[in-house]
Design a protein around this ligand. Structure first.
Ligand code: PMT
Length: 321
């Protein structure tokens, strides 16, 4: 296993461009984690959104992974309500905590212009009918911002995601079992190594395009074994075929030996998930009636996992005695 992990580390360094700001971000994350752990808070690292895999170095075209970022963004809010500080590692322009609640609204439709008296352009006011609850959400957003409870970090490409996740894992290793990883991002399994990528735009005059892509190293392996071995790690398993979902989730737990897998099927992911751990299998459901009352499945996922994290911390502490 040690050999496998060092080969993944080697591959990361050689075949995935290192973002120039990775060390700076790592320091920021380490300081954030240390500050909150000192204040008695737990810290969760949430990954959210899909990764982009370029086909050309001067990128015109790329492959993307499906994910709106809603699961990650809403989960961030519920973790904060549960007393956690959140590092939100998300795809640029995917859904964001709090603002996600207004993502379908055109900002200009939500504003009204009141004529000014004289030269000025007038006064702009928010239309409460278009933006219901804006004051309540804004109040909470400002409290979270002022309390420094949310640290947003952006990625775009698969390379950025992999290096920033590694940096996050190393940054959080100092707080041991108080750290949770919640890997909700939809990560590409395939990529073209930098050394094999054409520099310029692929020309259609050369005929149909044939792509040969390599397997992305399974980052969960070094994360669990090497980079953050004391943390509570939750991965996600997304399938489109419900008949293979649970088997795949269990297989992931057997392979990586982490703490939990949240298993979901693409079409039903907003209403049904299964949280699988080595000892348990919890089905979480949100009915149409719940949805009408504003209940979201992420609230139940977060409640289930924070309870499991509590238990994990107690067991780790008992094991050390
Ligand atoms: O964002 P939304 O629209 O709300 O949708 C939410 C979601 C469906 C994207 C989310 O619930 C989800 O299932 N995310 C994980 C999707 C995924 O990539 O599954 P996977 O089976 O390909 O990967 C399984 C796990 O391995 C993931 O936790 C991933 O972080 C990890 N992985 C993946 C590839 C890779 N090279 N290394 C990894 O460690």
């Amino acid at each position: 296993m040690a050999h496998l992990i060092s080969s993944i580390d080697g591959k990361l360094a050689e075949e995935f461009a290192v973002p120039s700001h990775v060390e700076e971000v790592k320091e920021k994350m380490a300081a954030f984690a240390a500050r909150h752990a000192k204040a008695g808070r737990r810290v969760v690292l949430i990954t959210s959104g899909g990764t982009k895999v370029p086909l050309e170095s001067r990128t015109v075209r790329f492959l993307d992974n499906f994910s709106s970022g809603r699961r990650g963004a809403s989960s961030a809010e519920y973790f904060i309500e549960s007393g956690y500080a959140v590092i939100f590692l998300h795809r640029h322009r995917s859904l964001y905590p709090y603002t996600r609640l207004f993502s379908t609204i055109n900002m200009l439709d939500a504003l009204q212009l009141r004529a000014g008296d004289g030269e000025g352009a007038g006064e702009v006011v928010v239309d409460q009918l278009v933006l219901p609850n804006i004051a309540r959400v804004l109040k909470r957003y400002n409290e979270v911002k002022d309390g420094g409870l949310l640290l947003p970090i952006e990625f775009n490409t698969l390379s950025e995601y992999l290096h920033l996740l590694k940096a996050a894992a190393q940054a959080l290793s100092s707080i041991g079992s108080k750290a949770m990883f919640y890997l909700a991002a939809a990560v590409s399994d395939f990529y073209i190594p930098a050394s094999e990528m054409p520099e310029h735009k692929i020309q259609s005059s050369n005929g149909p395009l044939q792509l040969s892509m390599k397997m992305v190293p399974k980052i969960l392996s070094p994360l669990v074994k090497d980079w953050a071995p004391q943390a509570f790690v939750t991965s996600f398993k997304l399938e489109t075929d419900p008949t293979i979902l649970l088997d795949r989730a269990r297989r992931a737990l057997d392979t990586y030996r982490h703490q939990a897998v949240v298993a979901n099927v693409l079409d039903s992911r907003r209403g049904y998930v299964v949280v699988v751990t080595p000892e348990s299998r919890d089905e979480l459901v949100v009915t149409e009636g719940d949805v009408e009352k504003g209940v979201e499945i992420e609230e139940r996922i977060v409640s289930n996992l924070t309870t499991a994290h509590n238990r994990f911390i107690t067991q780790q502490a008992a094991g050390r005695k």
